[in-house]
Design a binder for this molecule. Sequence first.
Ligand SMILES: *Cc1c(COP(=O)(O)O)cnc(C)c1O
Length: 368
Amino acid sequence: MTLTAAPAPLTFSRQLTDRPTPPAVRERVLSDPGFGQHFTDHMVIIDWTAGEGWQSARVQPYGPIELEPAAAVFHYGQEVFEGLKAYRHSDGSMWAFRPERNAARLQRSAGRLALPQLSTDDFLASLRELIAVDADWVPGGDEHSLYLRPFLFANEPFVGVRAARRASYQVIASPAGPYFASELSPVSLWLSTEHARAGRGGTGAAKSGGNYAASLLPQAEAQRHGCSQVLFADPSTGRIDEAGSMNVFFVTQEGALLTPAVTGSILEGITRDSIMQIARERGREVVERDLQLDEMLDGIASGAITEIFATGTAAVVTPISRLADRDREWVTADAKTGPVARELRAELTGIQHGRIADRHGWMHRLDR
Ligand SMILES: *Cc1c(COP(=O)(O)O)cnc(C)c1O
């Protein structure tokens, strides 16, 4: 009998910064972090080459990285990323929410972009390593967290069209405060008719920077029209895709949830999956299918659709009360945050922050 040895887990070296952020400055940042503006003192880097595989796993001071101008990522956009949060519970322990799902998704995204796949164990270890040195940056309290941003890109200096033979996996972290200033207030979505986020057979299911680059122009158009995000629908089929960088749900009069089925152009959100599971456990019907934009707009107009919301790690559940295009607008019946969005968000954030028992085993401890 032959046994195939699992690849040995990587061991990380640690180089600590000699200029850590003074505690008073850190506390000031943590009291009003905004989103994605401040970064912790350290970062993780793991190198990869086609010949040697993953190597030189390390924690080092956060700071500029050196890349050759010919690095492949600059020319053909070979890049994927993840986004998840570390939460501090009231007993001081630190946790991530379903991080093995992020590991698996990074592997799928990497596969689609012809980048190497980091094992789930090494991915989880990279988060623990960063948390071990930057623990003081993980805030406690309602709605506060440390946003973790793992990313992977081709750094081989080669201007030619093929999968790069050198890549770099890195993790940075940024404290995040409440997404909604006070009340959970609903947003408007702009109906982009001209631009698509993703297409059949494309990279829509991969968490890749290029998908975001393609969304910035319609996103700017949305903002010019007083909308905070774009609702993307396939211009040729009319099928609803996503709301900006979030998955979208429609609630029917009967209390059922409708959401676009995962067909290859939609990013499979971990929040989406968790919200579907919680909703089902609460006795709601959840239907994943093709959703036509016209059908949903008619439903809002007739009252058959009573609520709309979007899901993603950053804001968890974002209520939506209004859709608009150049000529018309569609507003949900009471134009307020609906009870379904509110109830599902409260349960999910309760689990994440340790206020509600984790009966699914979704939380993964990071500080041991
Ligand atoms: C990350 C992302 C989401 C949300 O995924 P979560 O795992 O819930 O954070 C949705 N759509 C797009 C395009 C994304 O990149």
